[in-house]
Write a protein that binds this ligand. Structure first.
Ligand code: HPA
Length: 240
């Protein structure tokens, strides 16, 4: 500590971490949700902010895009900063019928077309799944706020552009709720390090209908997702 990608000193990262993909969103979350946010790292412009919410210490730091970048930050946070829980907050391209833009997706598993999580145990296709206690808390938080949400699998893809339509259709036919690019990496690293993880996403576009939210809505529409993620981070059970 510091690590190759995080410059924070000992004790400057909280055990509970919110992790958007985009560093600017991380800064906005710190400004809007934290009391007394302070910048604790900015290696490669990936800013990490530590502050408190309702008196409890929280850090927000971005993952960057894709499973390799997510895997680096998640490993360094769990292994070298003793982080206990990471909740990814991000966007997803929706795949489900009737799913509106702005709905939440709570990822109860993450399929992937990436080789990286599969490298861990040769010959075994690991299940990339969140911590059940945090999943339950997120579902409760979304339901009690009357937010539109779905719980189910997402695809963590290595590609943003050019997914073949038949692949997308086959995923949708198997109940996949959305495509994003990081959750399988986060869940795989959490399992490897013996820590907890969860992903809460906002549907920013619908892949099958070809719709997307305006950039103004993208900037303001993430607050419900962050509120749900915070409830998951603060939930009592450390159920594994
Ligand atoms: N693909 C991958 N990641 C995404 C998408 C998408 O369509 N939308 C938001 N994140």
């Amino acid at each position: 500590m510091p690590t190759p990608h995080i410059a924070a000193g000992p004790g400057e990262i909280a055990p509970l971490v919110l992790m958007p993909g985009d560093p600017r969103r991380g800064r906005r979350i710190a400004q809007e949700f934290f009391d007394d946010p302070r910048l604790v790292t900015d290696v490669r412009s990936i800013e990490g902010w530590t502050g408190s919410i309702r008196g409890r210490a929280v850090t927000v730091i971005a993952s960057g895009m894709g499973i390799p970048s997510m895997s680096i930050y998640a490993t360094e946070l769990y292994r070298f900063y003793d982080v206990q829980r990471i909740v990814r907050v991000g966007t997803t391209g929706g795949l489900a019928e009737g799913q509106a833009l702005g709905e939440l997706v709570i990822a109860s598993s993450a399929h992937t077309d990436s080789a990286l999580p599969g490298l861990q145990i040769p010959g075994v296709s690991l299940s990339h799944a969140p911590a059940y206690g945090m999943l339950e808390a997120a579902v409760h938080a979304a339901r009690s706020r009357s937010l539109p949400y779905r719980v189910g699998p997402v695809l963590s893809s290595d590609t943003f552009y050019g997914s073949p339509p038949e692949k997308v259709a086959a995923l949708a036919a198997r109940g996949t709720l959305g495509i994003e690019m990081e959750s399988a990496g986060l869940y795989a690293i959490a399992a490897l390090e013996g820590r907890e993880a969860l992903t809460v996403l906002t549907v920013s576009d619908h892949i099958l209908r070809g719709e997307e939210v305006s950039s103004a809505d993208r900037e303001t529409g993430y607050a419900p997702m962050v509120e749900v993620a915070v409830e998951a981070l603060f939930s009592e059970t450390l159920a594994r």
